[in-house]
Write a protein that binds this ligand. Structure first.
Ligand SMILES: C[S@@+](CC[C@H](N)C(=O)[O-])C[C@H]1O[C@@H](n2cnc3c(N)ncnc32)[C@H](O)[C@@H]1O
Length: 158
């Protein structure tokens, strides 16, 4: 999905209480960033404009959510969509965190101590050319990386 550069995105993200700019420093202790750290922690990879995560998280405030993307413009729109959707439902934004990172290097920001219950990947980039297949968020090489921080013994990739 292509998106135009948005000048406002970076300053808005940096000022947001639910955006984390230093994800590598949170490795192993993500739960502590949430109002209720003991809740199950879920992950969306490649959240794009954030409609999915904003809806599922605002409907399930008994769970916590981290949403990751690589592009500031996407995350800026996701931040605005989270604010709008929580406001419509009159809910406090206390169970969602957005962060920017390259998911190909995800093990630098998540470890088994983070105990991720569930991963959502919606419409990941197809990378149709053979030599780029490994970049797909659902490539076997990627799935192996996710195993390191997923809670074992559940059906947990959606
Ligand atoms: C096709 S879009 C889908 C967005 C959203 N999940 C949806 O359903 O509308 C794929 C998203 O994954 C993100 N993405 C792709 N590869 C990524 C990577 N290696 N690290 C972080 N984000 C990535 C892109 O920036 C883009 O926002």
């Amino acid at each position: 999905m292509r998106i135009r550069y948005k000048k406002w995105a970076r300053p808005e993200l940096e000022a947001s209480p639910f955006y984390v700019d230093n994800p590598e420093e949170q490795r192993g202790k993500w739960k502590e960033l949430f109002k209720s750290p003991s809740l199950p922690l879920n992950l969306e990879l490649g959240c794009g404009k954030g409609y999915f995560i904003a809806n599922i998280a605002s409907e399930n405030q008994n769970e916590n959510y981290i949403a990751i993307d690589l592009i500031d413009a996407m995350l800026g729109l996701a931040k605005r969509n989270v604010e709008e959707i929580y406001k419509e439902k009159n809910k406090e934004i206390d169970n969602i965190i957005l962060t920017r990172f390259d998911i190909e290097r995800i093990n630098l920001i998540l470890s088994k101590e983070d105990k991720i219950e569930r991963i959502y990947i919606n419409f990941c980039n197809p990378w149709p050319r053979g030599k780029h297949h490994k970049k797909r968020l659902t490539h076997t090489k990627q799935l192996e990386k996710y195993k390191e921080f997923l809670v074992k013994g559940r059906r947990n990739i959606f």
